[in-house]
Design a protein around this ligand. Sequence first.
Ligand code: NI
Length: 256
Amino acid sequence: MYTDTHAHLQKELLRGGLEQALERAQAAEVTTIMCIGYDLESSQEAVQLAQRYPQIYAVVGVHPHDAKQLDQNTLDELYKLAREPKVVAIGEIGLDFYRDLSPRDVQRQAFVQQIKLAQELSKPIVIHDRDAHQEVLDTIRREKAGSNGGIMHCYSGHLPLAIDLMKEGFHISFAGPVTFKNARKSHEVAAHIPLDRLLIETDCPYLTPEPLRGKSNEPAYVVHVAEAIARLRRKPVEEIAYLTSRNAAQVYRLNK
Ligand code: NI
């Protein structure tokens, strides 16, 4: 059984029907899905979906793209939301210096404010990092942001950085790009990190894995991410499915 540790199932993003996508996930043995918020509204929707479907859990937070939105009122609302049942982490939060959709200082402030929110609630965090590797690591160290565990989502850095992040308490999650032939850096990291720090995700509807590129992504396709990693590690895919689901249950504390 597989766990998709990072999916966006919100109406705004998911093309096609949610019910059908969940049926295909079930048929593919994807039995646990984390639905990730990116602003207040999508976080509220993630919580509603988690209340409605037993296999869905919610993660609430404001994405660096939307960091401008994070005022005190939004922080208060996130705090309330995060205390609902089945909200398992704060995210996705972080820094995106590739698209720079919010000014960098605003992103930095929102990142730190939400790290502190997670610490207040003793919850793990889900980090989005694009072209900001060193600053994300420095922030994590300074704020002790891994104190309740955390996930580097759609990991795109090199192996030494992954090792530094694991030392800070983080798990490393791979999405569709690890299935791409030319993704040598991702292959190296996925092949070498300890198996107890490895996670898989779709980040749907984005980043569709091979051999389905061109289609809209959905949780059922996380199986292709697992298969790519199984090939790199020379292990049966069932073992990767089992280990990554166990790791997800541990970092998201599903059994507590
Ligand atoms: Ni995402």
